[in-house]
Design a protein around this ligand. Sequence first.
Ligand code: NDP
Length: 335
Amino acid sequence: STRIVLASRPIGMPQQENFRTETVELEPPKPGEALLQTLYLSLDPYMRGRMSDAPSYAAPVEVDGTMCGATVSRVLESTDPALSPGDIVLGYGGWQTHSVESVRALRKLDPNAAPLTTALGVLGMPGMTAYTGLLTIGRPQPGETVVVAAATGPVGATVGQLAKIKGARAVGIAGGPQKVALLRERFGFDAAIDHRAPDFAEQLAAATPDGIDVYFENVGGAVFDAVLPRLNQFARIPVCGLIANYNDTDLPPGPDRLPLFMSNILRKSMTVRGFIVSDFWDQAGEFYPAAAQWIAEGKLVYLEDVVDGLDHTVEAFQGLLTGKNLGKLVIKVAD
Ligand code: NDP
């Protein structure tokens, strides 16, 4: 098996030298385990957190340990009758070509029900993040305005389309003209803005004439600075991700804006609530059929960026942190 291990903890943007590729012999599966061949590896922003030993909601990957990650895999050998060779499963195999995993932790996928990669995106963890964070915390009402950034990614694109399904107005923010065009033409956002445009704050104000009722926070940074003055009374902010800060080694320079933020929360009676998708695993049973139905009806479309070859993983992950990906980023590891 070939695997990519964390060789050292990155400072700032992860570099190739923070990782090492190794070839190892895997232990045969013990009772209750299966030997799997990775077909697709999901790359997600949270992995930047696992490379660091700063406090987080989950333990970091150990130095010299295999980088973690959700995978769609083919069963090669199983000690449990629940799985047979050839079955396709969703697991957590990490950045490697083969894995040995506990059968109980695997979910069998039906390859005829949906393309396999969707189990890592729109019909998987990112889709469920959008669904739970928006509907449980954001609670968009008909006619309200919902704003989301990283809006061509699997979380943001789903947030915007769910907002529309709930009768709200969806405003998407993304980096660059190609992504902005996709927001309007493919995902059906009512307005789309480029956060790299010099007049971004003015464009956001023009796109939100009635203010912002729900800001689904995916990025933080300069986008949040532009959003804050547009927030309405009783606005809700599900805090999902802060990707603009993931490579920061220090607090950003400039005036301390915490008092401004806190006074906005107070004066506008706003709700700011962070969440981790696992807080809402109990909603998985309602999420999957609902999302599958919306996809079948054409109300929920998705975009995937499939990169060929495990050897491109580090480069592709760097691209995820800088916006080079166009849709849900997946590494194709084997056929
Ligand atoms: P995406 O596929 O959307 O990829 C990340 C995108 O972030 C990039 O493509 C880029 O898009 C954007 N971005 C990067 N840097 C900046 C910046 N400085 N300012 C604005 N945008 C930036 O990822 P996901 O959909 O998988 O994840 C979106 C967010 O959701 C992340 O913050 C992630 O950590 C979070 N998340 C949280 C979960 C939870 O349980 N709380 C679970 C899953 C995801 P662009 O080119 O448009 O700028």
